[in-house]
Design a protein around this ligand. Structure first.
Ligand SMILES: Nc1nc2c(c(=O)[nH]1)N[C@H]1C(S)=C(S)[C@@H](COP(=O)(O)OP(=O)(O)OC[C@H]3O[C@@H](n4cnc5c(=O)[nH]c(N)nc54)[C@H](O)[C@@H]3O)O[C@H]1N2
Ligand SMILES: Nc1nc2c(c(=O)[nH]1)N[C@H]1C(S)=C(S)[C@@H](COP(=O)(O)OP(=O)(O)OC[C@H]3O[C@@H](n4cnc5c(=O)[nH]c(N)nc54)[C@H](O)[C@@H]3O)O[C@H]1N2
Ligand code: SF4
Ligand SMILES: [Mo]
Length: 668
C-alpha cells in the first residue's frame, strides 16, 4: 500500500488529500489534517475522484462519429481527422471559422492551462469562449479597469477580518469562489468566536446565511443599489478613510458624486432591505477595525455584475479595507500568474473588440458565451462552422444552452476533449478522451492566486491513463503540433513548472523538488501581506476608483425595474449542492445516492401565499424553456432568531404586495 499527498482539483478550495492506493486501485481518500490551507477539510467530491477514473461510461478511446454512431479509432487517425477537418473549414471560412469553448475543469488542470495557448495559437481564431463568462468575468472587468490586470484579484482576508459581508456567495456549499477558503463554515465560526460578525445578503436563507447568523434577504439583481448606497452612506456619514492607498488612488470626489442618487431610501425600495439597516451597516462597516465586502456568483452572473464588482472594490477601498489585514488583500503565489502576464507599460483599450453579430464586448480575449449560438447561426464572414470544446458542457451550462445544442448540429465539424458523451459532446464528430485528476500531476496554477492563505503543493500522477492513452496535456499539445505542421511537442507541465517557480514570489523556498519532499505534502507560505501599491498594472500606475465604463452604466441601473409582474410574481435563482459540481459529476453513484435533490425550493411565506404544498409539482418557465419540479418548502434555521426570520419574510411579502403581484401557479 502506498500513500500520496495531493491537492483535490475539482473545485477552487484546493483541499489537501491523502490518497492510499496499491498502484491499481484507490483504497482510501482522506483529508490531510496538516494542510495549512484546508486544515483537514474534505467533501464527498474528493472521495469520488476514484469514481471518475473507473466510471464505466468514461470515454477511453478516440471516438469518431460514423453514420450517427461513435466508433473507436486510433490516436493517429484521430489527430489526422481533426487536423484535416479543422483546416478544411478554415480554408473556406478563414481562421475565425473555428470556434473554441474551454470549460471549467481546464482552470483546475495546469497541464491544460500550459498547453491550450499553443492550440489556440495554432487555430489562430478570435472566436474564443469559456465558462468564465457564465461565471466571473465581472470580477476580471473590475480588476482590469481599476487595477490594470484581470488577475489582480482582491481576496477577503478571512483569517483576520472583524466584519465580513457576503453578497451572492454560498461558500459553506461551494467552498468559496474567487476566494479559495476550504472549510468556510469553520472560518465563519472563528470570525464570530473572536467577536466579529458575518452578514450574508442573499435572496435565499442559504447554508452560509444560517451559519453566519445574520442574514438580510435581498431582491435578486438589486445588489448594486445596496453597494452604492453603502458607499453613499460612508461619504454621507464622513467615514471615508483611504489610509495607505490615499496617495495612489484617483477619483474619490468623482465617486462621491456618482453615488449621489443611490440613497439608502432608493436602495431600500429596490432591495427590500430597510433604509435604517443600510445606514447602520455602512456605519458598522466603516467603523470596524477591519471589514471586507465579498460579492460573488449571485452578484456576478446578473444584469449588473460588473457594477457590483466595481462597487464592491470601491466600498473596500474607501473604508481603508483594501490591501490591509482583515480587508480585501492580494496573494503572493509561488507561481506568479500576474507577473508572468504583466501588462505594465503596455497601453490597452477595452473592450478589446466587439462580437460580429450583436456587438458584445470582448474582454480577456473571449466573447460572452451568450453570443456563441448566434455566431454559429448567422451566415457571413467569420461565421463559426467548426467548434472545438475542451472540458466544457455549454449545452447544459450556458444561457439558452438548447439553442447552442441546435446550432452544434448545423456545424460542418465539431470535436471535443472530454470524459463523457454528454449533452454537448454527443454533437461532436470526434471525441478525444481525457485523463482524470488521479492520472496527472497536480499543481494549482490559478487558485493559489485567490487563496485566503499562501501555500504551494505538487504531486505526480497516481495511475496511468487507461489503454496507454496520453495524459490530457499531451493530447492538447499533439493536436496543436499537428495543426501547426510540427512533429514535436514542448516540455511536460512539470518541467515547465520547474522553469516558472524560480520567477515567482517564493523562489527561495519553492521548487518542484522541495514540493515533492515537503513534509505533509505542502509548503506553508504564510498569511496574505499588503503589496498592491508596487503591483498596480494600470497605465499610469495608479488605482482608479471611477473607471468611465462603470459610471456610464449607472443610468441603466437607475432605470432597472424588477422583472416580476402579476403573471410572473416570483423569480427563480439557482443553487448548488455539496454533492455535485456544475454539470458533470452526476455519474458517480456515491454522489447521487439518496433522495432526489432536484426540487424547487420555496420560502414558507410564498408557499402559503400561493397555496402550494410540499411535494406538489410546479411548472417553471423562462423565455427559452420550462421544467416541472416538486416543491420543497424551506425550513428556516433555528440559528436565526424568529424575529429576524419574520422581518425577512414579511419584508419580502411587502415588497411583492407593493408591486401588486398576485399568486400564479405556473410561474414559480
Ligand atoms: N446547469 C448549470 N449551469 C451552470 C452551472 C451549474 O452549476 N449548473 N455553473 C456555472 C458555472 S459557475 C460554471 S464555471 C460553468 C461551467 O461550465 P462548463 O465548464 O461548460 O461545465 P462543467 O459542468 O464544468 O463541464 C465540464 C465538462 O468537462 C468534462 N470534464 C470533467 N473533467 C474533465 C477533464 O479532466 N478533462 C476534460 N477534457 N473534460 C473533463 C465533463 O465531462 C463536462 O463535459 O457553468 C455555469 N452554468
Ligand atoms: N458543491 C459545489 N461546489 C462548487 C460548485 C458546484 O457546482 N458544487 N461549483 C464551483 C464553481 S465553478 C463556482 S463558480 C463556485 C460558485 O460559488 P459561489 O460564488 O458561492 O456561488 P453559488 O453557490 O452559486 O451561490 C450564489 C448565491 O447567490 C445567491 N443569489 C442569486 N441571485 C442573487 C442576487 O441577485 N443577489 C444576491 N445577493 N445573491 C443572489 C444564491 O441564492 C446563492 O446563495 O462554486 C464552486 N464550488
Ligand atoms: S471542497 Fe472542493 S477541493 Fe475540497 S475536497 Fe471538495 S471538491 Fe475537493
Ligand atoms: Mo464557476
Amino acid at each position: 500500500m502506498k500513500t500520496q499527498y495531493r491537492t483535490c482539483n475539482i473545485c477552487e478550495a484546493m483541499c489537501g488529500l491523502i490518497v492510499t492506493h496499491d498502484d491499481t486501485e484507490v483504497h482510501a481518500i482522506k483529508a490531510n489534517p496538516a494542510d495549512p490551507l484546508s486544515r483537514g477539510h474534505i467533501c464527498p467530491k474528493a472521495i469520488a475522484l476514484q469514481d471518475f477514473r473507473t466510471d464505466p461510461d468514461r470515454v477511453t478511446t478516440p471516438l469518431k462519429k460514423v453514420d450517427g454512431e461513435f466508433v473507436p479509432i486510433s490516436w493517429d487517425e484521430a489527430y489526422d481527422f481533426a487536423a484535416e477537418r479543422l483546416q478544411a473549414v478554415q480554408d473556406v471560412q478563414g481562421r475565425d471559422g473555428v470556434g473554441v469553448y474551454l470549460g471549467n475543469p481546464n482552470a483546475h488542470k495546469f497541464g491544460n492551462l500550459l498547453n491550450l495557448p499553443a492550440l489556440i495559437k495554432a487555430l489562430g481564431t478570435s472566436n474564443r469562449y469559456s465558462s468564465a463568462t457564465a461565471d466571473q468575468i465581472p470580477h476580471h472587468v473590475a480588476s482590469i479597469h481599476m487595477l490594470g490586470h484581470p488577475m489582480l484579484m482582491p481576496v477577503p482576508d478571512v483569517a483576520r477580518t472583524d466584519l465580513m459581508l457576503i453578497l451572492g456567495g454560498n461558500p459553506v456549499v461551494s467552498n468559496g469562489s474567487m476566494m479559495t477558503a476550504p472549510g468556510f463554515g469553520k472560518r465563519m465560526d472563528e470570525i464570530k468566536a473572536r467577536g466579529g460578525r458575518v452578514v450574508v445578503i442573499d435572496p435565499r436563507r442559504t447554508e452560509t446565511a444560517s451559519r453566519a447568523g445574520e442574514h438580510l434577504f435581498i431582491q435578486p439583481e438589486t445588489d448594486a443599489f445596496l453597494l452604492l448606497a453603502l458607499i453613499h452612506q460612508v461619504f454621507a456619514q464622513g467615514l471615508e478613510q483611504l489610509e495607505t492607498l490615499a496617495d495612489v488612488t484617483d477619483g474619490v470626489a468623482a465617486l462621491k458624486q456618482a453615488v449621489e442618487p443611490f440613497t439608502a431610501d432608493k436602495a431600500a425600495e429596490m432591495t427590500g432591505i430597510d433604509a435604517r439597516t443600510i445606514r447602520d451597516l455602512a456605519r458598522d462597516f466603516a467603523a470596524a477595525k477591519s471589514a471586507v465586502c465579498y460579492a460573488r456568483m449571485g452578484a456576478s452572473t446578473q444584469s449588473f455584475g460588473s457594477l457590483c464588482q466595481w462597487a464592491n472594490n470601491a466600498l473596500n477601498i474607501i473604508t481603508g479595507n483594501f490591501d490591509s489585514p482583515g480587508g480585501a488583500m492580494f496573494t503572493t503565489p509561488a507561481l506568479d500568474y500576474v507577473g508572468m502576464t504583466s501588462r505594465k507599460g503596455k497601453h490597452r483599450t477595452y473592450p478589446e473588440r466587439r462580437s460580429r453579430v450583436s456587438q458584445q464586448p470582448l474582454y480577456n480575449g473571449e466573447f460572452p458565451i451568450s453570443v456563441m449560438a448566434e455566431e454559429m447561426e448567422t451566415p457571413g464572414e467569420g461565421q463559426i462552422k467548426a467548434l472545438v470544446t475542451v472540458a466544457g458542457n455549454p449545452v447544459l451550462t450556458a444561457p439558452n444552452g438548447q439553442r447552442i445544442g441546435r446550432a452544434l448540429e448545423q456545424l460542418d465539424f465539431m470535436m471535443s476533449i472530454d470524459l463523457h458523451i454528454n449533452d454537448t459532446t454527443r454533437h461532436a464528430d470526434l471525441i478525444l478522451p481525457a485523463s482524470v485528476a488521479l492520472e496527472e500531476a497536480v499543481y494549482d496554477m490559478v487558485f493559489h492566486s485567490f487563496a485566503v492563505h499562501n501555500t504551494a503543493a505538487f504531486a505526480g500522477p497516481v495511475f496511468a491513463p487507461p489503454n496507454g492513452n496520453p495524459q490530457e496535456w499531451e493530447v492538447i499539445a499533439r493536436l496543436a503540433a499537428r495543426l501547426s505542421g510540427s512533429n514535436s511537442i514542448g516540455p511536460s507541465p512539470t518541467e515547465v513548472l520547474g522553469v516558472l517557480l524560480p520567477q515567482g514570489y517564493h523562489s527561495d523556498k519553492v521548487t518542484v523538488e522541495a514540493l515533492l519532499n515537503a513534509p505533509d505534502g505542502v509548503i506553508d507560505l504564510g498569511p496574505l501581506v499588503p503589496n498592491i501599491v508596487e503591483r498596480l498594472e494600470t497605465t499610469d500606475g495608479r488605482l482608479n476608483l471611477v473607471p468611465e465604463v462603470f459610471l456610464a452604466d449607472l443610468p441603466r441601473l437607475l432605470a432597472f425595474r424588477a422583472p416580476v409582474s402579476a403573471d410572473f410574481p416570483l423569480l427563480m435563482i439557482g443553487r448548488r449542492q455539496v454533492r455535485s459540481h456544475n454539470s458533470w459529476t452526476q455519474n458517480s453513484a456515491r454522489l447521487v445516492k439518496g433522495r432526489s435533490r432536484c426540487t424547487a425550493q420555496l420560502n414558507p411565506v410564498d408557499a402559503a401565499r400561493l397555496g402550494l404544498a410540499e411535494g406538489q409539482d410546479v411548472l417553471i418557465e423562462s423565455a427559452v424553456g420550462s421544467a416541472t419540479l416538486p416543491v420543497e418548502i424551506t425550513r428556516t434555521s433555528r440559528q436565526v432568531s424568529s424575529q429576524s426570520r419574520r422581518a425577512g419574510a414579511s419584508a419580502m411579502a411587502d415588497w411583492l404586495l407593493r408591486r401588486r403581484c398576485r399568486p400564479s401557479l405556473s410561474m414559480i
